[in-house]
Write a protein that binds this ligand. Structure first.
Ligand code: URP
Ligand code: ZN
Ligand code: ZN
Length: 467
């Protein structure tokens, strides 16, 4: 099967030029000036951008919420990623209760995702039940194609929390086998203190979520994580960075030549803590995620950090947590609201609209932060994250002339709300190819549920090359 996409403008992290892309047997076999060639299918991309499929390196499908005992929406709902232009996710593989890392990874690939995933996916190992055996399991991650392990410095009092001693041991182990350590960096102890104070004082509404997680608790977590990682010379990747104080720590560390990189997420670029001041519990609870949303100045600083290359990627931190059921657990006590919001299907549209169209980042930077860098960081480049001969035929055809608003009905995400509902959307993902197969046409999913594949990663990925 040969597919030719012609008359479009090819957009990559480096370039923008008129040309065509030819795909055969799932791979790109030619691109640029292709005059006449035989193809089984021809797609006319006149007036459209042709770019690599998005890579979202921070998603939580089919995973236990940090509060309660119900899973987030499952892999069949990854079709919302595809409709939003993301063809690869690097999903978290939390340990199943008191199981090892490897057993949980195998179960995720062979049961949770099998026959359901609509996107290609890699995995991050994720420590959620500290037990002695997991340290030795780090040695086995390369054989499974897992190039990263995530730990939580936050969430004290839940099994997710990793103490500094265990964190240090994980850093040492990961370094030896070329695995990057991803960290949720917040000072869990101080947050715990603030949360307890709030509840003691009867301060139970959602806005106390951000009041009990001030920016310094994130900045301190970032500084400590960087310091510990620098002692073992382990490349560190900081998840969901949100604020100016944390960015200062990142800048200082990079200036010292420490191997650290960081991402931010769509919601930290486009939403503020004002969303939590809403007296309507349901409206506020949608936006409960950690770290908490910040203020306008932080949004401005995050866009600047992206455009200057201080931040490396934009992820969704997608969590399919129902409002009508799961989020209600915290109606009388904000500490019981499960953390996380959906957004995998909106990331590309929101970064284009609020970044490129608003003049905050270039089109090349856009491709870099939503596709190319996440593929590099996670050892999937150049198979994913770019348009090159030999890359997978994962392609987005993007219509920049679309002018509308976000509607959940246009791209259902498996839960009962979209945090971007009613937001302005300029430009739209119109057609998507996954390994050469057309899976989105006219902005609607036309693929088969379960066609997404597990993609093993290469070790010693991008973060090992820094400095
Ligand atoms: O609030 C968030 N981010 N929820 C998902 C779990 C995590 O911390 O990444
Ligand atoms: Zn996190
Ligand atoms: Zn997350």
């Amino acid at each position: 099967m040969r597919t030719l996409i012609k008359n479009g403008t090819i957009l990559t992290a480096e370039n923008e030029y008129k040309g065509a892309v030819l795909i055969e047997n799932e791979k790109i076999i030619a691109l640029g000036l292709i005059n006449e060639c035989k193809a089984d299918k021809i797609i006319d991309a006149t007036g459209k951008y042709v770019m690599p499929g998005g890579v979202d390196q921070h998603t939580h499908f089919s995973a236990l919420c940090n509060v309660g005992n119900k899973d987030t929406a499952g892999y069949e709902t990854t079709k919302s990623a595809v409709v939003g232009g993301t063809t690869t996710i690097i999903d978290f593989a939390p340990q199943d209760p008191w199981k090892g890392l490897i057993e949980s990874i195998d179960y995720r690939i062979n049961v949770r995702a099998k026959g359901k995933a609509c996107v290609d996916f890699g995995l991050h190992a994720m420590v959620t039940y500290l037990m002695d055996s997991i340290f030795n399991e780090i040695d086995m991650l390369p054989a499974k194609g897992i190039s990263s392990i995530k730990i939580f410095m936050a969430y004290n009092g839940s099994p997710l929390h990793v103490d500094d001693g265990s964190f240090f041991k994980i850093l040492q182990k990961a370094r030896n086998v070329g695995v990057t350590v991803f960290v949720h960096a917040e000072n869990g102890e101080i947050i715990d203190f603030f949360r307890n104070e709030c509840i003691k004082n009867g301060q139970t509404e959602p806005k106390y979520h951000y009041i009990s997680r001030p920016p310094f608790t994130e900045a301190e977590g970032v500084r400590r994580a960087i310091y510990l990682a620098s002692q073992t010379d382990t490349p560190l990747y900081i998840a969901h960075m949100t604020c100016r104080d944390a960015l200062k720590e990142l800048l200082e560390a990079k200036g010292k030549g420490i191997r650290v990189s960081a991402e931010t997420c769509t919601h930290y670029l486009t939403k503020t803590k004002k969303a939590l001041d809403n007296p309507d519990f349901n409206e506020a609870a949608k936006f409960i995620c950690s770290p908490a949303l910040r203020d306008d100045e932080d949004c401005i600083a995050l866009w600047k950090a992206l455009s200057k290359g201080l931040l490396t990627a934009v992820s969704s931190d997608h969590c399919g947590i129902d409002l009508s059921e799961l989020k209600q657990a915290g109606r009388d006590n904000f500490t019981n609201i499960p953390n996380g919001s959906p957004g995998v299907g909106d990331r590309i549209h929101m970064v284009w609209t609020n970044g490129v169209v608003a003049g905050k980042i270039s089109k090349q930077k856009f491709v870099e932060v939503i596709s190319t860098m996440p593929a590099k960081i996670n050892g999937l480049y150049p198979r994913k994250g770019t348009l090159e001969i030999g890359s997978d035929g994962d392609i987005v055809i993007f219509d920049p002339s679309y002018n509308g608003t976000v509607k959940l009905d246009d791209n259902p995400n498996g839960v009962d709300y979209n945090v971007y509902e009613g937001n302005k959307q300029i430009g739209r993902v119109e057609t998507v190819l996954l390994r050469g197969n057309v899976v989105v046409e006219n902005a609607k999913y036309v693929g088969e549920i379960g066609m997404g594949k597990y993609i093993p990663a290469k070790m010693f990925a991008y973060c090992y090359d820094l400095c």
